[in-house]
Design a binder for this molecule. Structure first.
Ligand SMILES: [Zn+2]
Length: 161
């Protein structure tokens, strides 16, 4: 993500070398704000439900896309708490963290994916962010080769060995 204007004073941003990193810096010297553009943490859940895996489709995604339950953290929330809140919001399910799967850098979106296996219970009730969901037997799940799909692939691999 690139900001065109300073979030502090509204002046135009310009690119400037700072300690070897090209940063977006406020053009107003009196302000001097640096837009660090640090990666944003995103939680992602491999949702196990009655022995199967639930994949979701967000509103606006292409019809053939299904993915993990993901979301940003709220202030004051641990990744585990955020994960379980997103599960409740998106699918209406309660969950327990099964295991921490790993951290995955998603450079294209400047995100750090924090992936969990979550065991979910209750009745599915789609939230307004979702267009669809799919329940897939674990041995039929095909992970995609980027972002959250890598976490899913790692989890499946560990499970099978
Ligand atoms: Zn500024």
């Amino acid at each position: 993500m690139k900001a065109a204007f300073c979030q502090k004073c509204g002046s135009a941003l310009m690119e400037q070398d700072r300690d070897g990193y090209l940063r977006q810096v406020c053009s107003d010297d009196a302000c001097g704000q640096v837009f660090w553009n640090n990666p944003v943490p995103v939680v992602a859940g491999i949702i196990e439900y009655k022995g199967d895996i639930v994949l979701i489709q967000n509103v606006g995604w292409p019809k053939e896309w299904y993915g993990l339950v993901t979301g940003y953290l709220e202030k004051g929330e641990t990744p585990e708490q955020g994960m379980l809140r997103e599960l409740k919001e998106e699918l209406g399910l309660d969950g327990e963290i099964g295991e921490f799967v790993g951290n995955y850098s998603f450079f294209e979106k400047n995100e750090l994916i924090i992936a969990f296996h979550v065991v979910a219970t209750g009745e599915i009730n789609m939230g307004e962010e979702l267009a669809d969901y799919r329940i897939i037997p674990i041995d039929k799940v095909r992970p995609w080769p980027f972002a959250t799909g890598i976490a899913l692939g790692d989890w499946l691999k560990r499970r099978r060995t």
